[in-house]
Design a protein around this ligand. Structure first.
Ligand SMILES: NC(=O)c1ccc[n+]([C@@H]2O[C@H](COP(=O)([O-])OP(=O)(O)OC[C@H]3O[C@@H](n4cnc5c(N)ncnc54)[C@H](O)[C@@H]3O)[C@@H](O)[C@H]2O)c1
Ligand SMILES: O=C(O)C[C@H](O)C(=O)O
Length: 336
């Protein structure tokens, strides 16, 4: 029996993500919460002939939506419009995330909390600091969802090298993304040196990295003010939740570790990674090992595969990331 609650379930991401979750054999109860429309979306999904029971909750029913949840996914908040940065969303989304995380701590204290709301580099610190303040912080249970960067990195690598020869599916083994989830804090790592050399020798490396780092802007511009990535994000978010579900339900989960944006000092391998990176940044996205749905270890094998260009990107990332992190921390610490 696994209950998944989606907070912000009637939105552009929330609806398709909930549809994908309704298809999962590992979900037995799916609870949809939003300030508007969640009962309607849930009624629609509840007609689908998969085994999970789907229920919608109105804005004054947050407690019921969260009660007993094992996984809480948070895509609640405002998306960007053209000309905005993710950081411009902080003012509104930080408060939304803080309130929803604090309710989760009260009504679903053992849930894994997956933060999608932007700016992830700051909203994850907001979530963790909120839990710390409440005295209930469990570092392995809070994850910023950065999977869309990985999905893009794989798709664009195949596009850059020629999709006829390098299928998008096969790129899964050859690229990961670390750092944060915003512009130059996004650091794609091509782990296969042969593919990296191909990109460099064909002078495609810079444009490839730029496209992954600014893929979000591409969608925001194309949607002309109607929001940001929703469908690709729903798929990416589902891939991440699915990995957690598999780690809960399967003895030997058959998935390669995906990165997540996590609190390094509280997780095995985290402090080591901080010291190898020579950074004071306490939050970072790196491939994580899961055990029964919680993050138990940070993988730093990718560090050994860095080329000179990737080392440079990482230095730029670390310079910016800590500013985003401190903004999230200060937001919670400044509240009484
Ligand atoms: N992590 C990522 O990779 C990634 C990718 C895409 C978008 N995002 C972010 O996800 C967020 C949502 O994007 P979207 O396109 O779904 O936006 P949207 O506006 O379509 O949907 C957001 C939903 O959240 C709801 N909401 C707002 N405040 C709420 C609250 N307090 N409680 C419950 N629900 C609340 C709204 O009613 C709305 O239905 C944005 O912040 C966006 O920037 C993150
Ligand atoms: O770009 C955005 O604002 C949404 C999301 O973070 C994305 O990467 O598509």
């Amino acid at each position: 029996m696994t209950k998944v609650t989606v907070l912000g379930a009637a939105g552009g991401i929330g609806q398709p993500l909930s549809l994908l979750l309704k298809m999962s054999p590992y979900v037995s109860r799916l609870a949809l919460y939003d300030l508007r429309l969640a009962p309607g979306v849930a009624r629609d999904l509840s007609h689908i002939n998969t085994n999970s029971k789907c229920t919608g909750y109105d804005k004054d029913e947050l407690r019921e939506a969260l009660d007993g949840a094992h996984i809480v996914v948070i895509p609640a908040g405002v998306p960007r419009k053209p000309g905005m940065t993710r950081d411009d969303l902080f003012k509104i989304n930080a408060g939304i995330v803080a309130n929803l995380v604090s309710a989760t701590a009260k009504y679903a204290p053992s849930a894994r909390i997956l933060v999608i709301s932007n700016p992830v580099n700051s909203t994850v610190p907001v979530a963790c600091e909120t839990l710390k303040k409440m005295g209930v912080f469990q570092p392995g249970k809070v994850m910023g969802v950065t999977t869309l960067d990985v999905v893009r990195a794989q798709t664009f690598l195949s596009d850059s090298l020629g999709a006829d020869h390098y299928s998008r599916e096969s790129m899964k083994r050859h690229v990961t993304v670390v750092g944060g989830h915003s512009g130059t804090t996004i650091v794609p790592i091509v782990t296969d040196p042969k593919l990296r050399s191909k990109l460099v020798s064909r002078r495609l490396y810079d444009s490839y990295i730029h496209r992954v780092q600014f893929g979000g802007d591409e969608v925001v511009e194309a949607k002309q003010g109607a929001g940001s990535a929703t469908l690709s994000m729903a798929l990416a978010g589902f891939q991440f939740v699915d990995q957690i579900l598999r780690s809960i339900h399967l003895e030997k989960p058959d998935v390669a570790p995906l990165p997540a944006f996590v609190y390094l000092p509280g997780i095995e391998g985290g402090k080591e990674l901080q010291s190898k990176l020579n950074t004071r940044a306490e939050y970072f996205a790196a491939p994580v090992e899961l055990l029964r749905g919680d993050v138990v270890k940070i993988d730093s094998q990718w560090l050994e595969k860095l080329g000179d260009l990737e080392k440079k990107s990482l230095a730029v990332c670390l310079g910016e990331l800590d500013t985003n992190i401190q903004k999230g921390r200060r937001f919670v610490q400044s509240k009484l």
